[in-house]
Design a protein around this ligand. Structure first.
Ligand SMILES: Nc1ncnc2c1ncn2[C@@H]1O[C@H](COP(=O)(O)OP(=O)(O)OP(=O)(O)O)[C@@H](O)[C@H]1O
Ligand SMILES: [Mg+2]
Length: 305
């Protein structure tokens, strides 16, 4: 599969979007491709995962060889926009610190999203060498907002182009839209868990994306799958071991039984998902039985991509 330059990762809340985004970015970087991982108004997933000393902000930092990270805030994007595009300099600082402007940023529908997408556009367009070079970041992975919000986020440029017919905002939105609409440059990858609600929501999203959505559908990831257990784990088989005086053995058998049922349920949902998306395919990522997900765990997941 050819990887586009811009990769948005979305899905329902808590399904592993940030994990998959970091995994994908790490994978590109390990292949020697200069990659930028983008977080949006984040809760520091990237900083913790890569054990980075400082908070990651609006300027790119190098996380690993070939891997860079940035954390985008709409407020910084607004400052930069006024500064670079509208050439507002000394004037903008007091203006931006006004409470009312901060409120406008959160109240004006779509403005925040447009500013952030505008910054992503800018990062995608940056050249290694202004004269001759290819893109500074041939691969960009965006840890996008959760679905619902995630889809609205990517729809903003189209809505803006339709609503605002002329002027700088129209031009900005149109520019972003051009990149989003090009499937060779941009794709949306979705993450789900093999559970009823996330699967149903993901199927709805796939339907929406396939029906006139500005961004092409990329890969589908089913995350956190338990290892396949064979019939030796079936509770009926474990019965023979029960009834001992050993509380540890009983606890272990209970845990094994829970795991067996949970894994069965996951397989049912995975199978339903596979059938519903056919002929599309999904990539499966294992559940990692670790205390937390940090770089070594991301490495394990990256090998599965
Ligand atoms: N394959 C996995 N195995 C084990 N734990 C995982 C796996 N994937 C994600 N997790 C854990 O699940 C939790 C949620 O993952 P993550 O933060 O990536 O989800 P998210 O979709 O980005 O969440 P949010 O919607 O809050 O941004 C985290 O604690 C993460 O470490
Ligand atoms: Mg996240």
């Amino acid at each position: 599969m050819i990887n586009p330059q811009l990769n948005f990762i979305s899905g329902k809340g808590g399904v592993g979007k940030s994990t998959v985004a970091a995994t994908m970015a790490l994978r590109f970087a390990e292949q020697g491709k200069r990659t930028l991982l983008v977080e949006i108004e984040s809760n520091e997933f990237m900083r913790q995962s890569f054990n980075f000393a400082e908070p990651i902000g609006y300027r790119e930092v190098q996380l690993r060889p070939h891997l860079y990270g940035i954390n985008l805030h709409a407020f910084d994007a607004m400052k930069e926009y006024l500064h670079i595009r509208l050439k507002v300099r000394r004037l903008y600082e007091p203006f931006l610190n006004m409470k009312v402007v901060r409120q406008l940023l959160s109240a004006a529908p779509g403005l925040k999203e447009l500013l952030i997408l505008g910054k992503i556009w800018h990062l995608a367009e940056r050249r290694k060498d202004p004269e001759t070079g290819g893109p500074l970041y041939p691969f960009i992975v965006v840890d996008a907002p959760a679905t619902g919000h995630g889809l609205l986020f990517l729809k903003t440029p189209q809505v803006t182009v339709d609503a605002v017919q002329v002027g700088p905002i129209h031009r900005e939105a149109k520019k972003v839209l051009q990149i989003l609409r090009n499937p060779e440059r941009t794709q949306l990858h979705l993450v789900t868990l093999a559970e009823e609600m996330p699967v149903n929501e993901t199927l709805e999203m796939i339907a929406q994306v396939q029906k006139g959505f500005p961004v092409a559908l990329g890969r589908l990831f089913v995350n956190a799958l338990f290892p396949r257990l064979d019939h030796r784990w079936a509770p009926s088989r474990l019965m023979g071991l029960r009834g001992s005086e050993n509380p540890c053995l009983e606890a272990t058998l209970n845990a094994a039984e829970d795991m067996y049922y949970y894994e069965r349920r996951q397989q049912t949902h995975l199978e339903q998902f596979r059938q519903a998306i056919y002929p599309l395919e999904c990539a499966e990522l294992p559940f990692l039985f670790r205390e937390s997900i940090r770089e070594p765990e991301l490495q394990i997941l990256a090998e599965k991509l």
